[in-house]
Design a protein around this ligand. Structure first.
Ligand code: RBF
Length: 165
């Protein structure tokens, strides 16, 4: 059987010196909350200090790329630069083409931001065909899948530690 999720990490990364931003959309609130909590729990477990986890929001997933750039700039100007950002959104397919356009453009733009901003921008966006698929991936359905937010927290600490500019 395939191992979904990060599987075994190659080593335990130490997040104690990192400042990590979580930027989440407000659409699909319950699922978002579970994912944000999963990401936070993993960051804390890897040593990131509570005061170094900064949470900000945007209206919907479409706003995540622009928001990520602004979030980074605001924190930098406050003298509290971020070492990685985890943008979190939940896109659920409706009956129009909205879903396809937003998924595609947001994914591309978040990928580009890794190179434009020179910090790891993690892909914390669920692109699901049904609400149930999203709930399962947020660990909200007992015995079905795990909370992907935990993977995003671990990915942020690993990437910010391993590959520093
Ligand atoms: N934002 C999400 O984060 N998840 C969604 O599933 C989602 N579905 C949307 C469906 C429609 C028809 C519209 C108009 C917007 C949707 N949005 C969703 C909001 C979108 O990401 C953005 O916040 C707004 O379009 C304002 O730019």
């Amino acid at each position: 059987m395939a191992v979904k999720g990060l599987g075994e990490v190659d080593q335990e990364y130490d997040g104690s010196k990192l400042r990590i931003g979580i930027l989440h959309a407000r659409w699909n609130k319950t699922i978002i909350e579970a994912l944000v909590n999963g990401a936070k729990a993993k960051l804390l477990a890897l040593g990131v200090k509570e005061e170094n986890i900064i949470v900000e929001t945007v209206p919907g997933s479409f706003e995540l790329p622009y928001g990520t750039r602004g979030f980074l700039k605001n924190q930098f100007e406050k003298g509290e630069p971020l070492d990685a950002v985890i943008p979190i959104g939940v896109l659920i397919k409706g009956s129009t083409m909205h879903f396809e356009y937003i998924c595609d453009s947001v994914t591309h733009k978040l990928m580009d931001l890794n190179f434009q901003l020179n910090i790891p921008v993690i892909f914390g966006v669920l692109t699901c065909l049904t609400e149930e698929q999203a709930e399962a991936r947020a660990g909200l359905i007992e015995g079905k899948m795990h909370n992907h937010g935990e993977d995003w927290g671990a990915a942020a600490v690993e990437m910010a530690t391993k590959f520093k500019f």
